[in-house]
Design a protein around this ligand. Sequence first.
Ligand SMILES: *Cc1c(COP(=O)(O)O)cnc(C)c1O
Length: 341
Amino acid sequence: MKTIDLRSDTVTKPTPAMRQAMAEAAVGDDVYGEDPSVNRLEEMAAAVMQKEAALFVPSGSMGNQLAIMTHCERGVEVICDSLAHVFHYEMAAAAALSGVQLHPIDNLHNEAGIASLNEHIRNPQDFFPRTRLICLENSLNRGGGTVMPPELMAEVYRLAQEYGLKVHLDGARIFNAALALGCEPAALTAHADSVMFCLSKGLGAPVGSILAGSRQFIDQARRNRKMLGGGMRQAGILAAAGIFALEDTSFLAADHEKAQYLAQELAAVPGLKVDLTKVQTNIVLVELEVMPLQDFLQKLRQQGVLAGGAGSAAVRFVTHRDVSMADVQAAVEIIKGIMLN
Ligand SMILES: *Cc1c(COP(=O)(O)O)cnc(C)c1O
């Protein structure tokens, strides 16, 4: 039985052409700054994000945590969305590694939340922590891959500057966000001091993420990366996959089409609820109205379809390059079979 893995776009495997590029990569010791492939990837990434410099890091989580560590001193506060990856899925690293407090607020990514954002920025009085950083996430993973338009990001950035705060963008899926918004990634990063994006998700590289920002910021983040044990040696083998991935991201459009198809089909199945307005990129959240989540996931698994949970009664499907439209169609038939029996 063929497995159709819709748990995450992180399951994508490097293609033969990508593996070839990795095998042939020129390498050196990156801790000495001598790996030509890493240097090239960092230059390419900085150019795409329109930032002065970039840093290749082993994971998105390390990229976000380096951003927090580099922007903040101990004892300050970081505002993020209550759905943010940095809040839910990074092992409380902001507290454990950087000694900062996350201040999660609802709706940071839409008009309603932004209108009251200033109420969450602390007054500079002696008994409050200082707010230092706002962390945005585009697309918003736990929000179902929803996107934040550049105009809204600009509003947050304007407010941040007014209060002397920095803005970090968790752009793990920034290429999906930009595609959905019909803009370049740089139109989003223009409204942030730093950005992290993943090469290892929809872009299909086996390992790695990028942190980008000002030259001074990246110089300090490089020192912090070394402190965390993230200084890598002949990392050009991995960077070559990243270069290959950045050379052509156009296939992501097909991932969005597969997600649209899946969402529309499932919205019509009794017992399933899909908010189609929230299906904007490659993630589909489906509410289960009649069956416990674990039962549903197990039935899917028995028939070769893998999906994830999102909360207690929602299923998360993520489309990616390694599932074809035919695979998605097969998954839809299997899901209909489960729900109609
Ligand atoms: C996946 C993800 C990350 C972290 O990436 P890892 O490489 O898995 O550590 C950070 N932010 C968001 C929004 C993500 O989806």
